[in-house]
Ligand binder design. Structure first.
Ligand SMILES: [Zn+2]
Ligand SMILES: [Zn+2]
Length: 280
């Protein structure tokens, strides 16, 4: 069963941060959100139970941070049942190999994301020419070579059910990446949206630093299919989410979320799609 895993050949620590870094938020009682530098991870499950999962795996070099946050919430030596990935970009799988080795748990992702997680296909080069500030300009630093999780990564079941996460189902929300998924719980309207949309303008260094709250489309420098990304946002809006945790930025709830998402759906071409860039 034990198999060699490896990060991509361009794997490295990325010196980016935000005022949110290190902050944890409990969005609904069983959803714990923690910010690592510029990206969010979620631990889903009640603290008194052994049944919980980790959603996304942070930035390169953040494994110790993720393990200590997990043990603080669920107890020393506790480990999630699985890691669920919204997608495989470097800032969502940064610590994953260290975590899989430490916890010996499976990883689940959409089947279209598996080539990027099994060493087969690189993500497209980040588009540093895209309209939008400093983070886009920094993006050539970002790793895009595939990591290899070998047999530790499995495809999410095709029926929408999520292993070890009862009550939620996964929704295919491509555009930012081919196999991007979001996780939704109908019962209370909790949405974990990954990078399908974000609550901070990720391509602006100022707004990443300050985490200034606004709903925007997916991070521009890594998004390759803007029409699909727009359709995905419409799909999520139609679910009527009550609370949204996004891959970047602060969680958003209630009326602000509803009106912000509506605006994004209506004006996606103006708000989200850049005026220029190589994937336009
Ligand atoms: Zn991403
Ligand atoms: Zn991201």
């Amino acid at each position: 069963m034990e198999q060699e895993m490896s990060y991509g050949s361009d794997y490295k620590f990325i010196p980016a941060t935000s005022v949110g870094s290190g902050v944890s938020v409990i969005v609904v009682p069983d959803v714990y959100c923690h910010t690592i530098q510029i990206v969010n991870i979620c631990l889903v499950g009640t603290p008194d139970s052994n049944e919980f999962v980790l959603i996304d795996a942070g930035m390169p070099g953040s494994a110790d941070d993720i393990i200590s946050v997990t043990e603080e919430r669920f107890g020393t030596g506790s480990r999630p049942k699985a890691i669920l990935l919204t997608h495989g970009h470097f800032d969502h799988v940064g610590a994953i190999i260290d975590l899989v080795k430490h916890w010996e748990i499976p990883v689940y992702a959409h089947e279209l994301e598996l080539p990027f997680l099994t060493g087969k296909t690189s993500y497209p080069e980040p588009d540093s020419t895209v309209e939008g500030g400093m983070v886009a300009k920094m993006s050539p630093l970002f790793p895009n070579e595939p990591i290899n999780l070998g047999t530790w990564v499995k495809a999410l079941p095709s029926d929408g059910i999520i292993p070890h996460l009862p009550g939620f189902r996964w929704i295919h929300t491509p555009g930012h990446s081919p196999g991007h998924v979001s996780f939704f719980r109908e019962e209370d309207g909790t949405l974990i949206a990954g990078d399908a949309f974000v609550t901070v303008r990720q391509d602006s260094l100022y707004k990443v630093l300050t985490q200034e709250e606004e709903i925007n489309g997916p991070p521009r420098y890594l998004t390759t299919d803007w029409q699909a990304a727009w359709e995905s946002v419409k799909k999520l809006y139609q679910l009527n989410p009550v609370a949204a945790i996004t891959g970047h930025g602060v969680p958003m709830t209630g009326e602000r979320l509803t009106t912000g998402l509506k605006k994004l759906v209506d004006e996606f071409d103006k708000i989200a799609i850049p005026d220029y860039g190589k994937y336009i």
